[in-house]
Ligand binder design. Structure first.
Ligand SMILES: Nc1ncnc2c1ncn2[C@@H]1O[C@H](COP(=O)(O)OP(=O)(O)OP(=O)(O)O)[C@@H](O)[C@H]1O
Ligand SMILES: [Mg+2]
Length: 202
């Protein structure tokens, strides 16, 4: 079985195994979730799908804003309202494709059907086949409400589950799960790079 590290907080020794399948973290503010997102974006070295799951207000867009910053995106990232996907240019030709499946069909079958008519398979393929260029550019596809598109996700993707903590309005528990070699390598780099922020102002 692969090594796991959970949960991680400031008291956890920083001995991170090289191939990590799962990482559980708690953030104490939206800013801290953005810092984590930035660490993820900075750790990206190859194209990948990042599948975000969590209720309304769990912090999916907040995390995506951090990922965007770490990918060198200078535009402000908001949820795509009228389009299914927004595209942002980042560092060294990298692109962020931000998908929000919230408004797709009522059931996940209907959502997947609707997503297919909008070319979701082609969008996801862009994170699998390297874009042409020298060196090949990176495409990161971040999907909010990814559980609705579960059957369309490529085998290798990084799933991130976000949830509120009871009685702590500004805390979130994030469970990052790697589903293949690329996402596993990314997760290990994130675990090495991310330093939790102080929970309280000093
Ligand atoms: N620890 C935290 N992590 C993330 N967001 C937090 C945290 N604490 C408070 N927040 C706040 O919670 C809100 C999260 O909103 P956000 O739009 O990111 O959620 P979402 O999951 O994308 O929601 P939706 O399902 O509507 O798309 C923001 O206002 C953010 O500032
Ligand atoms: Mg959102």
């Amino acid at each position: 079985m692969e090594a796991q590290a959970k949960p991680m907080n400031r008291d956890t020794p920083q001995r991170i195994p090289p191939n990590l399948d799962e990482l559980i973290l708690v953030t104490r503010s939206g800013e801290e979730t953005q810092v984590l997102g930035r660490a993820i974006g900075e750790a990206v070295q190859e194209s990948l799908v990042i599948a975000l799951q969590g209720d309304l207000g769990a912090g999916k867009t907040t995390l995506t804003q951090g990922i965007a910053a770490g990918l060198g995106v200078s535009h402000r990232v908001t949820s795509p309202t009228f389009t299914l996907v927004s595209e942002y240019p980042g560092r060294d030709g990298a692109r962020l494709l931000h998908v929000d499946s919230y408004r797709l069909g009522d059931s996940s079958q209907a959502a997947q059907r609707e997503a297919s008519t909008f070319g979701m398979e082609e969008i996801l393929e862009q994170a699998e086949a390297p874009a042409l260029g020298e060196p090949p550019a990176i495409t990161v596809v971040v999907i909010e409400w990814a559980e609705r598109l579960a059957e369309l996700l490529p085998p290798d993707h990084l799933a991130i589950h976000l949830e509120h903590l009871p009685d702590e309005p500004d805390s979130r528990r994030l469970r990052l799960v790697a589903h293949g070699p690329r996402s596993r390598a990314l997760l290990s780099r994130v675990a090495q790079a991310w330093t939790p922020q102080p929970a309280e102002p000093l």
